[in-house]
Design a protein around this ligand. Structure first.
Ligand SMILES: [Zn+2]
Ligand SMILES: [Zn+2]
Length: 305
């Protein structure tokens, strides 16, 4: 009886973002919606993360409402994606933003980064005053996968032409280009980074460009050259936003982490969230860690709470 009477109070405690094993609240800003509400929270809890910002679909408003009602305070917002090769994309994304989405993305289609489909989305993001998160990938992970938002090396013209658009860079080509010698030779280059990479330069030069630290691509860029990482994180401490893009089930590497992506086998059996949080802890000051895992996202994405 006594235990039953105490349950509601315990639930409230468990759902309040608080100091975690990472020394404070952590919001995973690259959390894709999972098959049921419980699976979403299982990943957060298992990796010691207090909150998530969800990368969902244009029709996810109801699912997000259900999630937010079931786990009050854990989900701080959502982005809406759509098939941007369809003429209805603009209308569907506009509707999602009116229903509460706080950003557009992630956008991952077989198009050019400066092509008409994405250009429409960059303009829409400025018009709706929400950020847009794009997956840039020049090297297919499998023979049939194809490429996404190609042409990152020439993206400066887009940044210049869209000063009111907040761009969030993500994925293989964005992160491989922290090194000046990257020539699309592999999805996840390893070894020493040659200073002066286009991504490093654009993050420094353009106030409207931010970086999403998620996925094997982000983790790999921070892990491959220990001499590079602290300086890079320091240079861009107000521009980088932590996320996991992890597909493990339990926040500890269980399930099918990195399935279907042999190039990312370095993280097989591991939780991407945990691995990247460890790298950020080891290579940045506590104040910068807080920016990556909490403050930058609150400012740039205008998260709840
Ligand atoms: Zn992606
Ligand atoms: Zn995980």
């Amino acid at each position: 009886m006594l235990a039953g009477a105490m349950l509601p109070a315990l639930n409230i405690v468990a759902q309040t973002p608080s100091a975690s094993e990472w020394g404070g609240p952590v919001v995973d800003c690259h959390h894709h919606l999972r098959r049921d509400p419980e699976s979403n929270v299982a990943h957060l809890d298992g990796a010691g993360m207090s909150n998530a910002m969800v990368l969902a679909r244009e029709n996810s408003a109801d699912a997000m409402k259900e999630l937010e009602a079931k786990y009050p305070g854990r989900f701080l917002g959502w982005f809406a994606s759509a098939d941007i090769t369809k003429p209805t994309a603009e209308e569907l994304i506009t509707k999602a933003v009116k229903q509460g989405a706080i950003g557009i993305g992630e956008l991952k289609s077989h198009v050019e980064a400066a092509g008409p489909e994405l250009k429409r989305m960059y303009a829409l993001a400025a018009e709706l005053n929400v950020p847009v998160l794009v997956h840039f990938q020049e090297v297919p992970h499998t023979p049939t996968e194809g490429t996404f938002s190609t042409g990152w090396k020439n993206f400066e013209a887009v940044l210049k032409a869209n000063p009111r658009t907040k761009f969030i860079g993500h994925a293989d080509a964005f992160w491989a280009n922290v090194s000046a010698d990257y020539a699309n030779e592999s999805a996840y280059p390893s070894g020493p980074i040659k200073p002066g990479g286009i991504t490093d330069k654009l993050l420094s030069d353009y106030a409207n460009l931010f970086g999403d630290l998620a996925a094997n691509s982000g983790d790999n860029a921070l892990a491959r050259d220990p001499g590079f990482t602290p300086g890079f994180l320091k240079r861009h401490e107000d521009k980088l936003i932590f996320g996991s893009d992890c597909s493990c089930t339990d926040g500890k590497g269980g399930g099918i982490s990195q399935a279907g992506n042999p190039g990312a086998s370095r993280l097989a059996g591991k939780c991407v969230a945990r691995e990247t949080l460890k790298l950020l802890k080891a290579n940045a000051s506590p104040a910068a860690f807080k920016k990556f895992t909490w403050e930058n996202a609150h400012r740039v994405y205008k998260l709840k709470a």
